[in-house]
Design a protein around this ligand. Structure first.
Ligand code: SF4
Ligand code: ZN
Length: 307
């Protein structure tokens, strides 16, 4: 079966509606879908200073590329990029080179911050002296640095490359762990609080699947391999991802159904949990958190005690 719109060979079969598209028509479909998400959810507004969190992987480079095209077209917002170097040898060093090249070629200012400079060591070295799971340490560190640095850089929005697969994994993880309150903070634009201490986060790839993003990044020449973080399967999220992929293969459209159902109940969740999450300031670093000491400061303290 050729492309739905022409006679060219298809590069993808969209599982939610069983439509096949060739390179050219898929790229157009993908860009339109992302731009429609930005428009429908008002993710970018006039005079915004948008910081794109870029890792050099398929998601962030596709996102940065589309937002750059939009900026060049409508010229009503500023655009910069921010990257975090966790210190994962053989992986992040390579993707960061790609991010640097993309930003240089496209004239985008890139700010890079590292765990080594900000927390005193690389993730690789921290893991050698701790039995914590990589993502349990890395996730809070990354969120912390992105929020803190985005504020210092004066960004009004922080755009991340979370796609439909990432978000459906988080939704299911929160169900499985009876963590519904956390789900109230999800959505294409977050969070519950209009607190100035948090940068608004936007997720323009919210409604496109990982397979679609990978296909787009590949046909646009944004990436030439699909390397993943060596720790990505070593987590609860990795197990939920495998489970959802297996279900999607057997029952195509499952991920879209989860997302559509979730978006229907999200306004109710946001309303229910509007006031229930107290926002304190961490007594150690001053960053916003829900307890007395933030998760990042707690981990840093544990690591310090381990020498
Ligand atoms: Fe960090 Fe885990 Fe993501 Fe790797 S997969 S970059 S360890 S959060
Ligand atoms: Zn803190």
């Amino acid at each position: 079966m050729p492309c739905k719109n022409c006679l060219e060979k298809p590069v993808i079969n969209l599982t939610n509606n069983n439509i096949k598209l060739c390179r050219q028509h898929f790229a157009r479909y993908f860009e339109r879908k992302v731009l429609k998400t930005i428009k429908d959810y008002k993710l970018i507004e006039r005079n915004d200073k948008v910081g794109v969190a870029v890792s050099g992987g398929k998601d962030s480079l596709s996102l940065l590329s589309i937002i750059k095209q939009l900026k060049d077209k409508i010229k009503i917002f500023e655009l910069e990029a921010i990257a975090i170097d966790e210190g994962i040898k053989g992986y992040r060093d390579k993707t960061l080179e790609r991010a640097k090249k993309f930003c240089k070629d496209n004239d985008i200012k890139l700010h890079i911050f590292s765990y080594k400079e900000e927390f005193g060591n690389t993730l690789d070295n921290f893991l050698k002296k701790s039995d914590m799971k990589a993502c349990s340490m890395c996730g809070p560190f990354r969120r912390y640095l992105l929020n803190k640095k985005a504020k210092e850089l004066g960004f009004t929005k922080l755009a991340t490359g979370h796609n439909l697969d990432d978000e459906t994994q988080t939704i299911m993880m929160n169900y499985f762990r009876r963590n519904i309150e956390t789900s109230a903070r999800l959505g294409p634009i977050t969070g519950i609080s209009k607190d100035k201490r948090f940068i608004k986060r936007i997720k323009p790839l919210y409604l496109v699947t990982e397979k679609e993003v990978a296909t787009y990044a590949f046909i646009k020449g944004l990436i030439d391999d699909f390397n993943e973080c060596p720790h990505s399967s070593d987590s609860y999220r990795g197990d939920v991802r495998d489970l959802l992929n297996d279900f999607e293969a057997r029952y195509p459209g499952t991920k879209h159904s989860i997302m559509t159902s979730f978006l229907e109940i999200l306004p109710l969740l946001k309303e229910s949990y509007k006031k229930s999450i107290p926002i304190n300031e961490c007594k150690s670093c001053g960053e916003p958190c829900s307890q007395e000491i933030c998760q990042t400061c707690k981990i840093v303290e544990i690591l310090k005690n381990k020498g």
